[in-house]
Ligand binder design. Structure first.
Ligand SMILES: C[S@@+](CC[C@H](N)C(=O)[O-])C[C@H]1O[C@@H](n2cnc3c(N)ncnc32)[C@H](O)[C@@H]1O
Length: 252
């Protein structure tokens, strides 16, 4: 039988392969514990469940049944294989990783809703969002679509947002990854920084403060004709064509 004491769950969380969730894990846990009753937690980009595990620990700490909605394709990309191997976990390219993630997170015993697929096909009808963690769809149309989809269910004066690669642009001299920075700067009246610059991570944390018309804000941003939109669209088209080829090969 799995040991589900708090200390053993912390050990389980710490062993889940991570692309960063474990570094901000304590903060995620605290924020999840503070979510008010009747709200949802949304995490975009769970990979193998590292950040999700810390959110689940926070839900347990709170003693509430806060639903945790997590979104990912859960398809092992070639670039993910090496990262998982570094944590002692092996996957094949294109393997469906969701069964592994469900198993890894099952000891936490909190309601986790897994939404598998492309984030740009998602609809949100689950009610108000108390905590929003973005660790995918960080640029271009996927980013705007995500903000438009989930933004209207955020609560002014309450919802906390973790934008995990917010400061990544500083490591990219070519202007990549500036969409989040610029979107939040242009809508600064609606979000206040809770922790803008972390010492140990490139994440920025905001609180949603004042109602924003997300559709209008997205339309204004889209109209800027930013290079990222073109680049991400090309990148996604390449990915889709590769997926088609892989599926075709498996069918033969
Ligand atoms: C940076 S990783 C998430 C890391 C995770 N939060 C952690 O702490 O270890 C990003 C994840 O988002 C997923 N992803 C990227 N683009 C996506 C999309 N358009 N739709 C759904 N999932 C996507 C990737 O497959 C990957 O698992």
């Amino acid at each position: 039988m799995t040991d589900t004491t708090a200390a053993s769950l912390e050990d389980i969380a710490a062993r889940i392969p991570s692309m960063g969730g474990h570094i901000i894990g304590d903060r995620l846990r605290r924020s999840a514990a503070q979510v008010e009753a009747g709200r949802n937690i949304v995490e975009i980009g769970s990979w193998l469940g590292s950040g999700t595990a810390y959110l689940a620990l926070g839900v347990r700490d709170s003693g509430k049944d806060t639903p945790l909605h997590v979104y990912d394709e859960w398809r092992c990309r070639s670039t993910h294989m090496e990262k998982a191997r570094a944590w002692g976990v092996e996957f094949d390219e294109n393997q469906d990783t969701l069964p592994w993630v469900k198993e890894a997170l099952s000891p936490f015993g909190v309601p986790i809703h897994f939404h598998q697929g492309d984030i740009e096909k998602v609809r949100w009808n689950e009610g108000q969002i108390g905590l929003f963690v973005l660790d995918a769809a960080k640029e271009g149309e996927p980013f705007l679509y995500t903000m438009q989809t989930f933004g209207p269910s955020m609560i002014p004066g309450e919802t906390v947002l973790y934008m995990t690669d917010f400061h990544y642009y500083k490591h990219k001299p070519d202007g990549k990854f500036t969409d989040q920075r610029d979107f939040f700067a242009e809508n600064a009246d609606h979000f206040e920084p809770v922790e803008y610059e972390m010492e140990d991570h490139i994440c920025a944390i905001f609180r949603y403060t004042k109602p924003l018309d997300f559709d209008a804000a997205a339309a204004a941003f889209r109209a800027q004709g930013r290079a990222s939109f073109e680049r991400i669209a090309r990148q996604r088209a390449r990915q889709k064509s590769l997926m088609k080829k892989i599926k075709h090969l498996f069918r033969r």
